[in-house]
Design a protein around this ligand. Structure first.
Ligand code: SF4
Length: 259
């Protein structure tokens, strides 16, 4: 169909316009879901999720358990994730262009990261700042996130450890396994205003050890065909209410779990 014809049709009727627009959105949504379904599932414990307070949830993810049907990521959420990646690339460019020696991949384009326990525990970092005009300790781990206005302001007020223990654990693990014990540069870009928040995060060795121990416990449980205890005594616990495995975990039981 020519563009002229499409414009003529859409301008002639609001119903027609809505119909066409809905179809475009539907085609895009389906395409996003298809692309997402084609992605290979993680077969390792990712440093980005090990800070979750529920070990059972992390175990389910590691085992490749399908989330409850109603908790599958919508196309809109997948777009939000992708948007976050683009923002992080932009933040990388802002630092790099300002003269910071920020490296995120090796000469073959492979993202820097670590892999331990026969590749069962892995992490990929956003970058390492090896130098720059600002007087700080180099090399420093660089970890970048994007957040909506409300979350951004929480980070500004309270700092990463209090606002998001999952991010704090991720940073500690990267610092430990990438041998980057200088304070990390945690960066958050506000998706609403484009403000930027920087925080220097000292290496928390104890936290890194706790999270490593947790990862080992999860691997052992899987090896012994055990499912780790729940984090709560009933499904109304706030963490369970927003967990992608709530139904499987509380209503269907472990026998419902297919991998
Ligand atoms: S529903 Fe609750 S206990 Fe079960 S995996 Fe999720 S967070 Fe953990």
């Amino acid at each position: 169909m020519s563009l002229t014809k499409l414009i003529w049709q859409t301008s002639g009727s609001n119903t027609k316009t809505n119909d066409v627009c809905d179809k475009i959105l539907s085609v895009i949504d389906n395409s996003i879901q298809e692309q997402n379904n084609k992605k290979e599932k993680r077969k390792y414990l990712g440093a980005s999720s090990l800070g979750d307070p529920c070990s059972r949830k992390i175990q389910y993810r590691y085992m490749g358990v399908e989330p409850d049907a109603k908790n599958q990521f919508s196309s809109k959420v997948l777009r939000i994730f992708e948007f976050g990646h683009v923002i992080e690339d932009m933040a990388h460019g802002w630092l790099y262009n300002a003269g910071f020696d920020l490296k995120s991949s090796d000469k073959n384009g492979k993202q820097y990261g670590f892999s331990i326990a026969d590749d069962k525990i892995k992490g990929h970092i956003d970058g390492v700042i090896c130098g720059g005009s600002v007087d700080m300790e180099y090399p420093a781990l660089w970890e970048c996130k994007s957040a909506n206005d409300k979350s951004f302001n929480e980070f500004v007020r309270k700092g990463v450890s209090e606002v998001n223990p999952i991010y704090a654990a991720q940073i500690a693990l990267y610092q430990a396994y990438m041998d980057l014990s200088n304070p990390a540069l945690f960066t958050v870009v506000n998706k609403n205003t484009c403000d930027i928040y920087f925080e220097l995060v000292p290496f928390n060795k104890m936290l890194a050890q706790q999270v490593s121990d947790k990862a080992v416990d999860i691997l052992k449980a899987v090896e012994h065909n055990e499912i780790l205890p729940r984090i709560a005594v009933n499904s109304d616990y706030f963490a369970c209410k927003r967990c992608e495995f709530r139904k499987k975990c509380w209503e269907l039981g472990n026998e419902s779990i297919t991998i």
